[in-house]
Design a protein around this ligand. Structure first.
Ligand SMILES: Nc1ncnc2c1ncn2[C@@H]1O[C@H](COP(=O)(O)OP(=O)(O)OP(=O)(O)O)[C@@H](O)[C@H]1O
Ligand SMILES: [Mg+2]
Length: 366
């Protein structure tokens, strides 16, 4: 019997997306089915190019077609992706940015900026369009980490309006308050001035079409966080912690802040940074310098995904200091850990978009 498109579609309707828990056909993830004798070809449209389930889903499709349609079928799957969004038409702010991801922590120095930079570049590596906004008005570190010190964003006239053009580096678009003020002046960017600078970077910058805009937040839970959630609907937050208890207490504050009903930004998951140290000459030995598994416990307590446990590695710091993020360095094994973090984060974004209502910007009534 010859293979038909409808038989293939029927078979694929038995395959569920493991994250979204619905079948691929209802999710409109199957396109362009072509049949020629025993050859079956189609396009599988994933929710992100960083999908960690890619091979698993492909395998399940092949199994379903062989099982339900023809065991001799030769299946050829082309994989593309269309990053999902909950934002289409919901807001005039950043209308072409599909997902806004804030990287936060209640505590300073835990590695938010390092995670932001490497996460942004890892997402871009998978093929996504990515932007990186440094919202750390008081201590911007993105210019150094991205080797952009001294750069100034250009101003262009777009549709008759003056717009700030993000600076392109390593395949992503970047803006930082550090582009406007020298590091020594940054301390004068207080209160309203700092908030207004951040607002401008969101509403008056030409970010263009992005799948993910990563926002590196300052430590704490202060004005800048409020400005952000009032200005842009944040898809979700990635919360960074180190393993020790004192860090956890601050991090809990950040988690609670996002959960306040008026703010209501879903936390996509926890990143435990500086989890352990393995001396290069003893790669199998793990020293838990800052305690053990605090991030894992925190994630379990708050029923949040643990997106990554990142060890202390000298090349991570050196990469940051030299403006060559470690995720770009192929010979560094740790780059893989950031790629996995990017996959996990993109996966959580897709799940969030499938399951929850869009985030609203916070309206302040006084
Ligand atoms: N996993 C890691 N291994 C080694 N060094 C790291 C790691 N993560 C971060 N660092 C280093 O720790 C320092 C602090 O990191 P980073 O600036 O990313 O933290 P932060 O949370 O953004 O700090 P701040 O609160 O000041 O904004 C940097 O020198 C960075 O290179
Ligand atoms: Mg920082």
């Amino acid at each position: 019997m010859s293979i038909t498109k409808s038989a293939v579609l029927k078979a694929l309707s038995y395959v569920d997306d493991p994250d979204l828990k619905k079948d691929l056909v209802s999710l409109k993830m199957i396109d362009n089915i072509q049949i020629e004798g025993k050859k079956v070809a189609f396009t599988l449209i994933l929710t992100t190019p960083a999908c960690p389930m890619k091979e698993q889903i492909k395998g399940a499709c092949v199994t379903a077609i062989k099982h339900f349609v023809d065991k001799e079928a030769e299946v050829n799957i082309e994989v593309t992706s269309q990053v999902t969004t909950k934002r289409q038409g919901t807001s005039k702010v950043l209308p072409n940015v599909k997902n806004i991801i804030a990287v936060a922590s209640g505590k300073g120095g835990v590695g938010k900026s390092t995670v932001s930079v490497n996460l942004a570049l890892a997402l871009a590596k998978t093929g996504a369009n990515v932007g990186l906004l440094d919202a750390d008005i008081y201590g911007p570190s993105i210019p150094m980490m991205m080797d952009l010190e001294g750069r100034r964003p250009e101003i262009a006239v777009v549709n008759g309006k003056h717009r700030i053009m993000p600076v392109e580096q390593y395949g992503i678009k970047t803006l930082s308050i550090g582009f406007l003020a020298e590091a020594s002046q940054a301390v004068v960017w207080r209160g309203p001035m700092a908030s207004s600078a951040l607002r401008q970077f969101i509403t008056e910058a030409e970010w263009g079409d992005l799948d993910y805009l990563i926002i590196d937040l300052p430590p704490g839970t202060g004005d800048i966080h409020l400005t952000l959630v009032q200005t842009a609907p944040v898809t979700g937050a990635v919360v960074v912690t180190t393993p020790q208890d004192i860090a956890k207490a601050d991090v809990v504050k950040a988690i609670n802040m996002f959960a306040i009903p008026q703010i209501n930004v879903p936390v996509l998951g926890i990143v435990e940074n500086m989890s352990w140290f393995s001396p290069p000459e003893l790669p199998d030995k793990k020293y838990y310098l800052f305690g053990k598994e605090g991030g894992r416990k925190l994630a379990a307590d708050y029923q949040l995904p643990l997106l990554a446990e990142l060890p202390i590695v000298e090349s991570i710091r050196v990469g940051g200091d030299k403006g060559k993020p470690v995720v770009l360095q192929q010979q560094e094994a740790i780059a893989e850990a950031y790629l996995s973090l990017a996959q996990m984060t993109a996966q959580q974004v897709a799940i969030r978009n499938a399951a929850q209502a869009p985030t609203e910007t916070v309206k302040i009534t006084t």
